[in-house]
Write a protein that binds this ligand. Sequence first.
Ligand code: F6P
Length: 508
Amino acid sequence: MSRLIVVSNRIPGKAPAAGGLAVALKKTLSARDGFWFGWSGAFAETPSRDAKFETIDGLQIGSIDLTKSDHQSYYAGFSNSILWPAFHLRLDLTDIHSHWYEGYRRVNVQFAEAIAKHIQPDDIIWVHDYHLIPLATELRRRNIRNKIGFYLHIPFPTPDALNAIPHHEELLTDLLAYDLVGFQAQRDVAAFNEFIAHEEMYRQAGGTPFEIEMGNTVLEAFPIGSDPDAFAKLAASPNAQKMYKRVERSMNGRAMILGVDRLDYSKGLPQRVQAYEKLLENNANLRRAVHMIQIAPPSRDTIKEYQVISDELDTAVGRLTGRFAEPDWLPITYVKRAYSQASLAGLYRLARVGLVTPLRDGMNLVAHEYVASQNPENPGVLVLSRFAGAAEIFHDALIINPFDTDETAEAMRLAISMPLEERKERWESLMKVAQTYNIDNWADSFLAALTGDASSGTGDDDPDGDPDEEGALLPRAGALSRSATMSLQHRTPRLSLLPWLRSVFSGT
Ligand code: F6P
């Protein structure tokens, strides 16, 4: 089996993995040779040229240090103040400084130089997320001819949002240096195709579009998942039960409504608190009968927009508390810190309502973990935003529009009053989906599509399955989609679309 090189901004650390990505990939890499490469988390006066290797938790990890100013431009700047808000359709929150792009590319070059020395001819390279879009271009420049795949963990933007990103044409060209580009959802494949259609429309209107033509890069949706069976076990484990019992006692028979999110403006937290406020406003009988817990560990807090959302949420929670709290009852507990997976599993299991209501989200693994943690005899109800990638697969959740706080409030009410039989029916269907779209199948499907070899994954699922049988390597959501293959025909000068964009925004 070929070695696998995983590349991402963050590498798994010694502490419990914070994000879904780390948890997801650890398992795949531990089933084969290779290494995981990323930023060490440390700063250096001069950029490091060579990777340091160490074994962490049984995994070979290569890393480099970055200079503070490159990290600022690459991570807080171009990645998280331009790409992140634009890809989440929050153009109002972008903060564009042109020199950040140079730092972003410089770090991608630094990654490519450090990795290229360690690549063997048969290695497969799997690059993760928006921080590293140019990496394949830089590796190809260094004569790396291996299969290189890219997976985008966040949503792909609409044409207007993409056009608003400085150097987006170069970034699209960078995507074409990959053999396979994987997205979370059909919505993202559709958004990519929409950009192509948009450019065609522009050409027909007499403009000079950015032309891309189907070629060798394959685009496909591979919805990421969790390890639901492991999560189900974890939720029933003594560590999870410790948290479950502690909080159950404090609930005193009240129904618990739970949200667990990074403190990010894409998660729709103020809207969620407002919806809860409407629930209490419209249903006086629920006031002492429910309690909401919102866990929101701070994230990217050097970036102004993250400080703003944190303040906004403080205000929303304060207003709600002042309005509804009584000396012996609080409507909400807002906790600004991270918890272990076991503690979260215990909380998920106790929650009668799991709120996953982002304004826009790649997949949202909290939705998967909430479902997996439920007690099959008394499951809770998932209230899910239609703008999370998870909404494409979890049809038996209560699907809401997070911008419509009346609808979210009503979904909470329905969830709280839902009869056991309906809760069980919905949960059984959701759990089957979580098991089908599990993390092993995700990695196996992506790697099989990248290598053209159905046996290239961890291979520990469905040992008796016929590899030719449709669904043996579920979920190939992309099988439902067109696998777009593209190659660049020619590039138009940058800024060529600006006059047209201006007319779109000014409505002329
Ligand atoms: O959802 C995209 C993502 O990059 C995840 O992979 C990661 O867990 C999360 O955002 C946290 O981001 P950061 O690394 O900036 O803390």
